[in-house]
Structure formats: C-alpha cells, structure tokens
Design a protein around this ligand. Structure first.
Ligand code: ATP
Ligand code: MG
Length: 283
C-alpha cells in the first residue's frame, strides 16, 4: 500500500484533498490525526507540515508526497519529481525597496537579504558570484527591510500585493513553483505500479481542468467554417440529425477561448449551444 505525505493544513491542503477526491480517493481526516486510511485506492495519507514532506519522502517514511517545488528545492534532498500538479503556483523572487537604485544583480553585493529559503538563495548567489549576507527568518520576511533587519528580501510572491504594501519591488524571479508529486528513490516495482495508476488518474483530471465540452446544432453548409474555428482534441465529432440540413457538432474547448469561439460559431449559424463541464479526459 502506498503512503502519501500531504500538507496537514495550509495553502496546499484543500486543493490536494480535492485532487485526491477527484481521483476517487476519499479520507476522513480528523483534525489531530497524523495518518488517515483512504477509501477508493490503496493509500494511507500521512499529514505533515510542508517543510517535512521532502525529507519524509527521501527517507521512505512516505513513498510519495505532494508539496510545493519551492520546498523540494530548498531541502535539496534526493527524491524523484514525478509530475507537476497544476495548483499552488507561486514564484521565489528577489525584491528591493522601491527607492533602491536597482540596475542589476550586482546591487546585492555585500547586501543583507532576508529569506526563509536560504538553501535556494545561497545556491543562486554563488552561481552568480554574488557575495551577500543571508538572514534566515521564518515568517513575515517582507517587513525585514522596513524594520532595518535587511536591505532586501528573497521570498514567495504570487500576486505581488504584499510586496507593494511593504514598499518593495520584485526585481528577479529565481524559481517558478507549483505543487508537485514526488516519490522516494528506488520505489519498489509493486509500488511503482500503484504510483503509475495514480499518475494516470491525476493526469486525466489535470488535463480536463480548464476545458469545456460544447455541443451545438449547425447548418450543414457551415461545417467547413466550424472545423476551422474549433481546435478539437483530434477533430470535433459530427452527428447527423433528423433534419438533413442540420448537424450536431461536439467539441472540447479551452475555457480561456470559450466565449470567443461561441461568438464565432453563432456567427456562422450555430444554435442551441450547450456548454458542459468535463470531469476527466482519459487518454
Ligand atoms: P506548514 O504549516 O505546512 O509548514 P506553511 O505556512 O509553511 O505551512 P503555506 O503558507 O501553507 O506554508 O504554503 C504552502 C505552499 O503553498 C508554499 O510552500 C508554496 O508552495 C505554495 N504557495 C502558493 N501561493 C503562495 C503564497 N502566496 N504564499 C505562500 N505560499 C504559497
Ligand atoms: Mg512550512
């Protein structure tokens, strides 16, 4: 049975549980329990602080884990990065006070940089031959320059709002992060088989996110134009209707292009357009 380490509470917990639920894995997790048995797939959930997940997986305490790439890179332990999970997006960036006269990385020479990610930062600085003082602090890194603890920061940014509030500007993104699935090195062949099954489920869920299933009635004479408008996975499905002048057309459209495509299709005579949610794309 696979043991999977996930964040007990915090920003990744909810989306991790949602991904597992979509993959048919449900678990009732008590607020104080460390291990939960799941239904629907042979896995146990190990509920940890995200900082501890890379090491738990590297040591084999858990076979696999779901955690931010930022934590994996910071802990720099030996794990297999199995797949990106498409949520928990953020970046680790260097930021300086707005009034700093920043031109390039040389600005950081001899400066104090506050961060909760000393491992990633020190590797980055040495790759770029910059000597700076790293001040490791946990929590509220962004206030360090204002209170005189540091000249700049290296921290997680998502919208950038926190930086603006603290009079800082982002000058360089060092790592693009998202939640990733990691596995212990040398996982046994039996567990690898279970992991492959789990990945297959995750992949079909992730691929279907952001996609819509659209069906419509279309005058037969507009088919050629409709095929040019619709991207389709291979090509849209065309079904005959009782009325020989009309067709039923089915297609999968990325949500980002949905309204634009619908307008174009209406423009060539499409009617009765239905937009449905897609749960899975199984390939
Ligand atoms: P824990 O108690 O498990 O140690 P934490 O406080 O260290 O939790 P969270 O704030 O819950 O961590 O964030 C977990 C992960 O969510 C981060 O490591 C990062 O990968 C991701 N993340 C996405 N957006 C953000 C953001 N705006 N701020 C912080 N983390 C983010
Ligand atoms: Mg943490």
């Amino acid at each position: 049975m696979l043991r999977i380490a996930i964040q007990a509470k915090g920003r990744l917990n909810e989306k991790t549980m949602a991904l597992l639920a979509d993959a048919g894995i449900s678990a009732s997790v008590g607020s104080r329990s460390l291990i939960a048995h799941a239904k629907g797939f042979p896995v146990d959930l190990l509920l940890l602080r995200d900082d501890d997940i890379p090491q738990a997986v590297a040591m084999g305490t858990a076979d696999i884990g779901i955690v931010g790439l930022n934590e994996v890179e910071e802990k720099n332990v030996n794990v297999e990065q199995v797949m990106n999970l498409g949520f928990g997006g953020c970046r680790l960036s260097l930021a300086v006070p707005r009034e700093a006269n920043y031109k390039d990385l040389k600005w950081f020479e001899g400066k104090r940089i506050a961060t909760s990610y000393p491992g990633i930062l020190s590797r980055f600085l040495s790759q770029n031959s910059i000597n700076a003082e790293i001040h490791t602090i946990t929590g509220s890194v962004e206030i360090a320059p204002a209170i005189g603890m540091a000249d700049s920061i290296f921290d997680i940014v998502s919208s950038g709002g926190t930086l603006v509030q603290n009079g800082l500007i982002e000058v360089l993104s060092v790592l693009e992060s998202q939640a990733v699935l990691i596995a212990t090195p040398n996982i046994s062949p039996e567990k690898r088989e279970e992991l492959d099954k789990l990945c297959f489920r995750f992949r079909s869920i992730i691929e279907s996110r952001g996609m819509k299933y659209v069906l419509m009635n279309l005058p037969k004479t507009s088919l050629e134009e409709a095929l040019n408008i619709l991207p389709g996975m291979k090509s849209p499905t065309v079904l005959h209707l009782a009325d020989p002048n009309w067709l039923s057309l089915h297609a999968v459209i990325p949500e980002s292009q949905l309204w634009e495509k619908i307008e174009e299709l209406k423009g060539i005579g499409a009617e009765d357009i239905l937009v449905l949610m897609l749960e899975n794309i199984v390939k």
